[in-house]
Structures are given as C-alpha cells and as structure tokens.
Design a protein around this ligand. Structure first.
Ligand code: HAM
Length: 413
C-alpha cells in the first residue's frame, strides 16, 4: 500500500494538538474583538455556483483562471470557495436593504489549486470581515485598524502595512489606457506572461515578479497618476485617518492585489518571517455586481497558516495555550473505579477538567499519567477511603497530601 496512506492530500493538513491550541486562541480572540466592533458571524457554504466567483473576482484573475476546484455534478458548474468575500456578498445581496449596511465576519477554510510551498497551501484558512456600505475613507481606515487590532490581540508584532488605491470605477479605463500606452514601447522586453497581460489585465504587469518587468515598471508612471483628483483625495483621507489613529502605513502605488473587485483603497500586510509568500493578510474596498445590484463594501482576510508562522517568529507558540491543570482521579480497586466514575461526572458538571484511567492500573502508572496531563491535584481512593466516604487529595505543585470528605471536595471544587 502507498506510504502516504495516512497523509492528507498534498497542500492540505490535519490540524491537531498541540498546534490546534494556537488556532483556538486566535479564533477566540478574533470573535471577542469582532464583537466589540459590532460584527456578526456568518457561515456560508463551501460550495457555490462557479459564476459567483467568476463575476466578482474576475474572469482573468489567476484565482479564477488557474486555481479553482470546480466540477459539474448536474446543471450548474460548482466551485469550492477560494476566498470569503464573493460568497459573503452573494448572501448579503439577498438580504435586501439591511444587507447593504451590514458587518459580518467569517472564520473558514478556503481552497486554491496552487503549487504548494512554504506558506502556500491548497486548503488554507482565513479569518475575514466584510462591512457593506457606500465608499467612505473612515470606514476603510476603521477596517485597517480592526485588522491591526486583530494581529495585536494575537501577539503578532513586526508586520508592515502597504496601502494603495485602485481608484473609482470610472478611473479604470483611463488607468488601463494610460498604462498600456506607457508600456507599449517596452512590450518586447516584457516577459511572455506580461505581453499577454498588456491586453488582458494590464494591472498585473505592475506586480510581476520578473526582474526585467520590474525594471520597466520602475520607468513608467504609476497607476495612481492616471486617476482622478477625487480618487487621490480619497486615498489621502484614508492615510490621514490612519495617521490620527497612530497606525503606520506605507503607500505603495505598485501594490495591485490579485482580485478584480477592488475600487479605491487596497492594502496588504506582510511579515519578514514569511519568506517568499510574505503576505499574511490583504484587504480593500470593493464593488461587487450581482445581477442588477452592485454591493459596495470594505473588508480584509488574514491567513491563519501564515499568521501562525509569523507568530512563531514572535515567540507565540501553541504550547502556551494547551489546556492544563484540573484533577486526576486515582482508583485502587474495582469499588474505587466505580465511585470515581461518579465523582468525575460531578466534577465535570462543575466545569472542572478531570480524568481517570478506566481500567485497573498500578498506583505508579496512574500517578505518571497525572503528571503527564499536568493535573493540579490528584484524588486517590481505595476500598478504605470508599468505606469512610473520604479521599486522599494530593497537591501536585506542593507535593502535600491531606484527607478530605467527598462533600468537602465537591464544595471546594
Ligand atoms: P487574498 O490576499 O487573496 O485576499 O488572501 C488573504 C490572505 O489569505 C493572504 O494574505 C494569505 O495570508 C492567505 N492565503 C491566500 N492564499 C493562500 C494559500 N494558497 N495558502 C495559504 N494562505 C493563503 C482575499 O482572499 C480577499 N477576499 C480579502 C478581502 C476581504 N478583501 C476584501 N475583503
């Protein structure tokens, strides 16, 4: 049988203890923070009609063109979500007026058929928010502040925020025309992909990683220079609002972001601990058209896997969040085993972490287990203690031991 019989698919992972404890810390703190900003949780299905993603992310984006897990079980072609915004907006658009002024968050797995490497997975997880409503620089700034607050709440330091603008929808054509004209003289020196991108999606030439393309891009005006004064003023207002909140950002006109739905503000957060895939979060303002409805909003998503890599570099590790403490029950004999089952249930009903062996084991073996699970105290009972209605209670930190009645144990628990 294949040696990978017990492995998940390439680019996917089983998430288990102790690592799971850092995931849970991140989820719990995210929920608490989002609640303080008035965001409600939303859980949309993993599967959507493929058209939901094609229309909002854009037909020519890498995610839609190359990375979708899609299939056609019956009439409609379906896809596993590669990100959270499209499905969220599909949902909010169906909620009528209220959906056009909503604040939701999600914590969910996403799927992209990418070539796996460090920090790049085929199933990864995002925590994200979407706030619908008309363009407003303060809403964009608040969203960035929330995202920064989220990273802070996890103990993540040293991340950098880069900001740019995609301009208003009416800037799109002047930007495309301006960039095409500026790139035309250099066309033959661009990489093969970018020669195609000039016609297909000229903005992607700007963030091409190829060295010769980068040199050409350095020589031409930035996309922002082809935008209206109003778009530039919008960007300035976002930067001004962030400055007032004490949030440091770098304006980088070459930041493009790989999804088509963005208008106005776009941003990315990177961390030096991540290597080639250094973006741990991204976000922006968007306008997503669904049928006759165009839903404006702003949001972000943080990738769990990449955030965890950055957290490790900051000294935040899963072990710090592993459950510890509680009580271990040691049973010497059949009668004690049965009585301890009852006592364990009573302690657990009080919310106490509590464990015991369910088969006869030596005292030594049971104490070893108590140490391994990190119990704060051990309750020891044999036939004598059962008869008298008492137990020996050992404090594991101090090593001291005293006799208590079961009533006292339950009362003090
Ligand atoms: P995105 O930049 O495509 O934006 O993804 C956000 C984050 O998800 C990335 O910064 C990264 O941490 C993580 N991520 C993306 N792809 C992978 C992968 N293959 N493996 C591991 N992590 C990955 C969005 O998805 C937008 N929906 C964000 C947004 C929300 N914009 C507005 N609202």
């Amino acid at each position: 049988m294949a040696s990978n019989e017990f492995q998940p698919l390439q680019g996917m992972s089983d998430i288990q203890a102790p690592e799971i404890h850092v995931w849970r810390m991140m989820e719990e703190r995210a929920r608490a923070l989002f609640n303080s900003y008035g965001f409600e949780e939303l859980r949309t299905p993993v599967l959507e009609k493929l058209s939901v993603f094609q229309r909002s992310l854009g037909d020519t984006t890498d995610v839609v063109k190359k990375e979708m897990y899609s299939f056609k079980p019956s009439k409609h072609e379906l896809a596993m979500r590669p990100e959270g915004t499209a499905g969220t907006i599909r949902h909010l658009a169906g909620r009528g007026e209220e959906g056009l002024n909503a604040r939701v968050f999600y914590i969910a797995p996403m799927f992209r058929y990418e070539r796996p490497q460090a920090g790049r997975k085929r199933q990864f997880h995002q925590v994200g928010v979407e706030a619908t409503g008309e363009p407003n620089p303060l809403a964009d700034a608040e969203c960035i502040a929330l995202q920064k607050g989220l990273l802070d709440s996890w103990g993540l330091t040293g991340s950098k925020i880069q900001l740019s603008t995609r301009g208003e929808p009416s800037d799109r054509q002047p930007v495309v025309d301006g960039l095409r004209a500026a790139l035309q003289p250099f066309e033959n020196a661009l990489c093969e992909d970018c020669q195609r991108r000039i016609d297909e999606n000229v903005l992607r030439v700007i963030d091409c990683k190829n060295e010769s393309c980068k040199k050409i891009v350095d020589q031409i005006p930035s996309a922002i220079e082809f935008m209206s004064d109003a778009s530039r003023a919008y960007l300035d207002q976002v930067v001004g609002a962030l400055d007032k909140m004490g949030i440091e950002v770098t304006v980088n006109p070459k930041l493009i972001r790989g999804l088509d739905y963005y208008v106005h503000t776009v941003w990315e957060i990177s961390h030096s601990a991540l290597g080639a895939q250094d973006a741990l979060a991204g976000g922006g303002r968007y306008e997503i058209a669904l049928g006759k409805k165009a839903v404006p909003g702003v949001g972000f998503a943080v990738g769990f896997e990449r955030a965890i890599m950055a957290l490790e570099a900051c000294g935040v590790t899963a072990d710090q969040f592993a459950p510890k403490g509680g009580v271990w029950l040691v049973s010497l004999g059949e009668a004690a085993l049965a009585e301890n089952m009852k006592l364990a249930a009573q302690l657990r009903a009080k919310g106490i972490r509590c464990g015991m062996e369910l088969a006869a084991k030596s005292m030594k073996a049971q104490m070893r287990k108590a140490n391994r699970v990190g119990a704060d105290s051990v309750i020891i009972r044999g036939d004598d203690e059962i008869e008298k209605g008492v137990a020996m209670v050992k404090d594991m930190a101090e090593g001291s031991q005293k006799e208590s009645t079961i009533e006292e144990i339950l009362r003090d628990a």
